[in-house]
Ligand binder design. Structure first.
Ligand code: NAD
Ligand code: TYD
Length: 352
């Protein structure tokens, strides 16, 4: 029985990962710590609430004592760190919390894991590993050609990607300095169930269903490389189990689309299947994001060659599954868009 300490497990990818793992394995225990920010929602974990192999603890990854106690009380084999402030627009408005959670939080976790796992100088408990869930955004922005590889220099532009890059550097430093057993995964944009509707795909689905404006930043020709969230979960599972220590693995499925294409795809589906009054007339071009990265594109060759990972869900299938999920979970959407988020949303778009 392996014990995973999963952080940020009430958020989008973290909750999908926990559900994926508990459905796949009966011999893993997951300790899920999450501070439940606006982006964390225990409703995401409803389908596994009675599973005895899942334990939820509300805690902040920056809280040294709380994290040390969790390591003292549990025999942890793996740390998978999802917890983060994850939205670029928020980072532009308020960078400080990104430094706190994404950088200081990561160092706090690394340090607690190192203390708990040390047997003697630079020697650790057998088989343990710390995996940092990072992003392709640390590599910056591409021109029309080429892809991000693991040795592409880091060149972050937003406060979000700067904080994720800093965290990656600390994880690497722990590997280099203390021979600490680490991996870093850098994945492209995810989509799927439980994604908070401040991100492009769920925001457009929600607004289209409510016949609200569909905001497109700038010319809408920015490119993102979209991956269905379950394929990301599969990659993380493989890297934790079999990733070579110290290595970085890029994760992506060569599925690049412009933002405007994504928005039109969602409109078309909703128009044909849900509400014939939804149309491209809802599209509203708004002021561009500051420092907006033009193109992301991942070369996933290393994770394919080393671990045999490949994406199972095509975009055509994944986007339909995702829209259907949001349609069947309108209460979830209502719950997470009430209160704090609604105020934030009004502020964000009232001046655009
Ligand atoms: P999310 O914003 O949906 O979830 C983040 C979770 O972390 C929330 O549950 C939140 O409550 C929790 N959290 C925030 N601050 C915390 C703190 N100080 N202590 C404990 N918990 C805290 O994010 P996501 O989209 O699920 O992303 C998860 C991870 O994957 C992040 O590290 C992100 O950088 C990375 N990532 C995301 C994408 C993507 O497309 N969403 C792509 C690649 C990598
Ligand atoms: P987002 O989902 O915020 O992810 P990221 O910035 O981490 O890639 O945005 C995806 C793309 O969609 C990005 O180029 C910004 C753009 N975008 C819009 O055009 N309109 C929106 O309302 C949002 C939220 C994003």
């Amino acid at each position: 029985m392996k014990t995973y300490l999963v952080t940020g497990g009430a958020g989008f990818i973290g909750s999908n990962f926990i559900i994926y793992m508990l459905n796949k394995y009966s011999d893993v225990k997951i300790i899920n710590i999450d501070s439940l920010t606006y982006a964390g929602n225990l409703e995401n974990l409803k389908s596994i609430e009675n599973n005895k192999n899942h334990v939820f603890i509300q805690a902040d990854i920056c809280d040294k004592e709380a994290i040390a106690k969790i390591f003292a009380d549990n025999d942890i084999d793996y740390v998978v760190n999802f917890a983060a402030e994850s939205h670029v627009d928020r980072s532009i408005k308020n960078p400080e919390i990104f430094v706190k959670t994404n950088v200081l939080g990561t160092v706090t976790l690394l340090d607690a894991a190192k203390k708990a796992w040390t047997i003697s100088d630079d020697k650790y408990k057998e088989g343990v590993k710390y995996l940092q869930v990072s992003t392709d955004e640390v590599y910056g922005s591409l021109g029309s050609e080429g892809f991000f590889r693991e040795d592409t220099p880091l060149d972050p532009h937003s406060p979000y990607s700067a904080s994720k890059s800093s965290a990656d550097m600390f994880v690497k430093a722990y590997g280099d300095t203390y021979k600490f057993p680490i991996n870093i995964t850098r994945c492209s944009n995810n989509y799927g169930p439980f994604q908070f509707p401040e991100k492009l795909i769920p925001l457009i689905i929600n607004n289209a269903l409510n016949k609200k404006d569909l905001p497109i930043y700038g010319d809408g020709m920015q490119i993102r490389d979209w991956l269905y969230v379950e394929d990301h979960c599969k990659a993380i599972d493989m890297v934790v189990r079999d990733g070579r220590l110290g290595e970085v693995y890029n994760v992506g499925g060569h599925n690049e689309r412009t933002n405007i294409t994504i928005v039109k795809t969602i409109i078309e589906y909703i128009k044909d299947n849900v509400d014939s009054e939804v149309s491209e007339n809802l599209i509203k071009y708004v002021e561009d994001r500051k420092g907006h990265d033009r193109r992301y594109g991942i070369a996933p060759d290393k994770i394919k060659a080393d671990l045999g990972w490949y994406p199972e869900t095509t975009f055509e299938v994944g986007i339909k599954k995702t829209i259907k999920w949001y349609l069947e979970n309108m209460d979830w959407m209502k719950n997470v868009t009430s209160g704090e988020y609604q105020n934030y949303y009004e502020k964000m778009y009232s001046n655009k």
